[in-house]
Write a protein that binds this ligand. Structure first.
Ligand code: HEC
Length: 295
């Protein structure tokens, strides 16, 4: 007897299932490389081609053998094997109704005279059911033992990817420099956060000064620019020439130009609007009231 499903179909589909399963199980371990490697794929194709040849030979042998069988039985066997494989699979799955018509069982309830048709469950339905069982087992164990289906991990990976994309985007964006930067109201809020992170240890989170001078008063130690905003930007970029404690955040690459623009906007804003009384220190530097303001 010949097998119902051609090995030509069986083997490629089992290969695909193996590839799919290994994808599910190993994708987190970078071991997919072996399966998607060109040599594996080449090997796969060679097997399929060999199978085609085998199938062809098998067919020839079958035809030769059948010649010696009596006419009637031969017709029967040929009927069973007719059509191509896809058609016979279709028949196998969907229960060719003509073929099974005479097999329908009827259950007589007796008391009410109602006849119940007791058809077999369609095979496609049964198969679907088995598939769901298989999938649930795979999913159950992979959920417990592997982290591929862990939503937290998925979230983390997606989050990291997003951050990377943002970083690349920020890098590609032209960075602000002393020449092209100016005070931008909409950057104050972002600048406030960055100021807290980078500057508040020395200048206090409200800019009123600690190790570094008060940034909200009119006294300035460093006046490298005539324009107030640019003076602030320049000091953050180049640091203080007089005191290395105020380091060159921009030049050293510690803070990028666009972020310095945000911080500068914030410092400019608090200097103009939120004068804080001096707590620990006397005013440092000279009082300067005639700043240029570029807006
Ligand atoms: C390690 C401490 C420290 C940190 C951190 C620091 N500064 Fe300073 N900053 C100073 C000191 C000290 C001075 C005074 C420099 C001088 O005497 O020339 C100063 C000066 C300044 C000045 C000029 C003030 C003036 O009167 O000339 C500005 C503006 C300034 N800092 C902004 C910032 C900003 C914005 C940050 C965050 C990116 C920052 N600083 C981080 C210590 C610090």
């Amino acid at each position: 007897m010949r097998s119902k499903i051609s090995s030509l179909i069986m083997i490629p589909s089992s290969f695909s299932i193996i590839i799919f399963m290994s994808y599910v199980f190993f994708q987190s371990y970078n071991q997919l490389l072996y399966i998607t490697h060109p040599i594996t794929i080449l090997f796969f194709f060679i097997i399929v081609i060999l199978l085609i040849i085998l199938e062809f030979i098998n067919n020839l042998i079958f035809k030769k053998k059948i010649e010696s069988i009596p006419e009637k039985t031969r017709k029967n066997i040929l009927d069973k094997n007719d059509g191509n494989y896809f058609y016979s699979i279709y028949r196998f799955i969907f229960h060719d109704p003509k073929k099974y018509n005479d097999k329908i069982k009827k259950i007589d309830h007796g008391f009410d005279g109602i006849l119940e048709l007791d058809n077999d469950i369609p095979i496609w339905w049964l198969h679907l059911f088995y598939i769901t069982i298989a999938i649930s087992i795979i999913y159950f164990f992979s959920f417990i033992f592997l982290d591929y289906s862990n939503p937290y991990r998925e979230y983390k990976t997606a989050y990291k990817e997003q951050l990377k994309k943002i970083e690349i985007f920020e890098k590609k964006k032209p960075q602000a420099s002393i020449e092209n930067s100016y005070f931008k109201k909409e950057l104050i809020e972002d600048g406030k956060i960055l100021f807290k992170e980078n500057c508040s240890t020395c200048h206090q989170s409200d800019g009123s000064g600690n190790i570094g001078p008060n940034l909200t008063d009119n006294y300035w130690i460093n006046t490298v620019e005539k324009d107030l905003y640019k003076n602030i930007f320049s000091i953050i970029w180049n640091g203080s020439e007089k005191n290395p404690t105020m380091r060159a955040f921009g030049k050293s690459g510690e803070i990028k130009g666009n972020d310095i623009e945000k911080i500068s906007s914030y410092v400019y804003f608090i200097n103009q609007n939120l004068k804080k009384p001096l707590k620990q220190k006397k005013p440092q530097g000279k009082e300067i009231l005639e700043w240029k303001h570029s807006k």
